[in-house]
Design a protein around this ligand. Structure first.
Ligand SMILES: [Zn+2]
Length: 136
């Protein structure tokens, strides 16, 4: 079956071709037509070049929007903080500082408890009826 110029150019405009932006040499019938028809070959080269530009020069929208959605609240928070009077800003910072100290204290306590437990492990009585393998 021979591909006509019309069929070929329809492929050129199809979604499949646009999505992949691959040269039509991928498909047999198209590449046969490309080899035979200079007009369509030129058409195809131009289309590939155009799609190349579109794909590489134009950034995709979604990631950009996602990034912005993530950043926007933080930016707003920073801006709002900058607008606060000095005393309010200091209080905010103090609250943050004490929050960090509290978190550090909790972690420190846990670390000490863990350390103590492992050090005292050898002093703990071992149930002689338990499987010794389980206690090691
Ligand atoms: Zn043709």
């Amino acid at each position: 079956m021979k591909t006509t110029c019309g069929q070929f150019q329809e492929t050129l405009l199809s979604d499949d071709f646009r999505e992949k932006s691959l040269p039509l040499s991928e498909t047999e019938a198209a590449s046969a037509h490309l080899a035979a028809c200079e007009d369509c070959a030129r058409e195809e080269r131009e289309m590939v070049a155009l799609l190349d530009v579109l794909h590489t020069r134009l950034p995709r929208h979604e990631p950009r929007l996602d990034l912005w959605a993530e950043f926007a609240p933080q930016m707003a928070a920073v801006r709002a903080e900058e607008k606060l009077p000095v005393w309010a800003r200091l209080r905010l910072r103090a609250a943050r500082f004490w929050g960090n100290v509290a978190l550090g204290a909790i972690l420190f306590t846990q670390a000490v408890a863990l350390n103590t437990a492992s050090r005292l492990q050898k002093y703990l009585l071992v149930d002689p009826f338990l499987d010794p393998e389980e206690n090691t």
